[in-house]
Design a protein around this ligand. Structure first.
Ligand code: E4P
Length: 219
């Protein structure tokens, strides 16, 4: 399973990229807004900077709600950087836009996916990746991870090539479970990426090796 960073924070992206484990970045209007980005020009500037740091797909979300607006935004975003994935929501207008843009060769990250049926529709419309939001399903008392398992099963059964991108990841167990469920990609907030590194036995083991070495070195 590949890992993407789920943030629009440039410092987090720089720090995450240094680990050498990040294959892409996902952004959305909420993440952009958290960084003080509130218009298309500043979003573009940030996305270009992200693209200079990470050599992989950078997901950029459309703001329009109607198909024509999404198509126009998608065409524009497609020219911002070398490897954009245009994020389009799983709505009627979204599917219209996905089917037009995908036929033009534009890569699509179909976002806000909450059902297998939406994932089936997206695959037919030409989505490059579908993003089931597991944390938001957990928030309403469902098992978000089950949606990943179900989409992976259906896509395998029908040899569908659309990637399953586990999104709305809230804790490290979500990453493990998404990998076990067969997700191709998980997009993780920077804090969770660093928590994936942590284990108390690694911390204590490193300290003990150093202390034992210094006993002789300082004897
Ligand atoms: C990523 O593509 C999604 O937009 C993001 O993971 C959503 O996360 P949230 O549910 O924590 O806002």
């Amino acid at each position: 399973m590949k890992l993407f960073l789920d943030t629009a924070n440039i410092q987090e992206i720089r720090d995450g990229a240094r680990l050498g484990v990040i294959s892409g970045v996902t952004t959305n209007p909420s993440l952009a807004s958290a960084e003080g980005i509130g218009n298309s020009e500043s979003y573009k500037t940030a996305v270009c900077e992200i693209s200079d740091i990470v050599d992989g797909p950078i997901s950029v979300e459309v703001i329009s709600l109607d198909a024509e607006g999404m198509i126009a935004e998608g065409r524009d975003i497609a020219n911002w950087i070398p490897n954009p994935w245009v994020k389009i929501p799983s709505t009627i207008d979204g599917f219209k836009a996905i089917s037009v843009l995908s036929k033009e060769g534009i890569q699509i990250n179909q976002t806000l996916c909450f059902s297998v049926n939406q994932a089936i529709l997206g695959a037919q419309a030409g989505s490059t990746a579908v993003s089931p939001f597991i944390g938001r399903l957990d928030d309403i008392g469902l098992q978000g991870i089950d949606l990943i398992k179900d989409i992976v099963t259906v896509y395998k059964e029908h040899s569908i090539e659309t990637k399953v991108l586990a999104a709305s990841i809230r804790h490290t167990l979500h990453c493990t479970l998404a990998a076990q469920a067969g997700a191709h990609i998980a997009t993780v907030p920077y804090k969770i990426l660093t928590q994936m590194v942590e284990h108390p036995l690694t911390t204590s083991g490193v300290a003990r090796f150093k202390a034992d070495w210094e006993k002789i070195a300082n004897a």
